[in-house]
Write a protein that binds this ligand. Structure first.
Ligand SMILES: C[S@@+](CC[C@H](N)C(=O)[O-])C[C@H]1O[C@@H](n2cnc3c(N)ncnc32)[C@H](O)[C@@H]1O
Length: 278
């Protein structure tokens, strides 16, 4: 951790004076909390510990809690508070037609193999799921069912609604935006026809219930593993392995892993790399 970052004075101007007097956030009290988050959700904040603790501290104060011990106790008693904390920590960037090379590889693969069920784990707010459906529809394939799962319940609600700000649609060719979205006051909403082919679920990839989602011929697991340490990356990939049939296809984000997952063969194509289950 950079020393200048550690020494930076906390901005407390937004907290009222009475509350300020009672605050006592000692980072040593938060070690167990960070450990619990890592254990249960895979999220490893070791490299951004200081900044993450400031976010958690702000969250605690907003919920009228004065130190990390109070927060830990409150989380033990309230599943709702825990979901709110995880939602706050896992706001991830996503947008339409991200790493589009993978979609081209998928289209090629589908010329040879029958694909009916795809999983996006994680789907975040749904941009990836709808991108795949749009891309395939453009090549006359609208017979695919896509399941999207994510740990962030707010992101799942957005995915279910399918309405987005202009910024996340930027990479999408204007022709497709006009064809498949309806503009409301300040959002673009996806054609309801696509929604019929989707199923979004609030789900932790490390929970046993994840293993019961069924089988998927193709899994997209992009831009999440980057938040995990090596052990958790391997555990998440082992869970994904169980949901794929032999010959099934796996896509990960370009910065997600630096090893070939156990039980997979790596393939490199002009449009990017991917993995096939052995
Ligand atoms: C940057 S987004 C990636 C979204 C999309 N796949 C993409 O590539 O644009 C990362 C997502 O991973 C989700 N996530 C983090 N840990 C998770 C876990 N243990 N189980 C399921 N989702 C998780 C976060 O909530 C976040 O929405």
């Amino acid at each position: 951790m950079f020393s200048w970052l550690k020494k930076k004075k906390k901005d407390t101007s937004w907290i009222n004076d009475t509350t300020k007097k009672n605050l006592n956030f000692d980072d040593n009290d938060a070690k167990e909390l960070l450990q619990d988050i890592k254990q249960e959700f895979g999220l490893d904040y070791e490299k951004q510990e200081y900044i993450t603790l400031r976010k958690i501290e702000r969250f605690a104060i907003k919920n009228n809690l004065c130190n990390f011990i109070e927060l830990k106790n409150a989380l033990r008693n309230s599943a709702e508070l825990k979901i709110k904390l995880i939602n706050m920590l896992t706001v991830g960037e996503t947008y339409f037609y991200r790493e589009i090379g993978h979609l081209k590889i998928l289209a090629e693969y589908m010329k040879e193999k029958r694909v009916q069920n795809i999983l996006c784990a994680p789907s975040s707010s749904g941009e990836e799921v709808y991108s795949i459906l749009i891309f395939l529809k453009e090549i006359n394939n609208d017979n695919i069912r896509i399941t999207g799962i994510d740990l962030n319940s707010d992101a799942i609600s957005v995915a279910q609604k399918g309405c987005y700000r202009e910024r996340s649609l930027t990479p999408l060719p204007p022709k497709l935006r006009n064809k498949y979205f309806t503009k409301t006051e300040n959002k673009y909403c996806i054609d309801v026809l696509f929604k019929q082919n989707t199923y979004f679920l609030h789900q932790n990839i490390f929970d046993d219930s994840f293993l019961k989602l069924g089988k998927f011929e193709v899994i997209f697991c992009r831009n999440m593993l980057i938040y995990f340490n090596e052990t958790q990356k391997k555990k998440a990939l082992a869970n994904i392995y169980t949901l794929l049939p032999v010959g099934g296809l796996l896509f990960v984000g370009h910065a997600d892993i630096s090893f070939v997952p156990k039980g997979f063969i790596k393939k490199i194509a002009t449009n990017g790399s991917y993995y096939i289950k052995k």
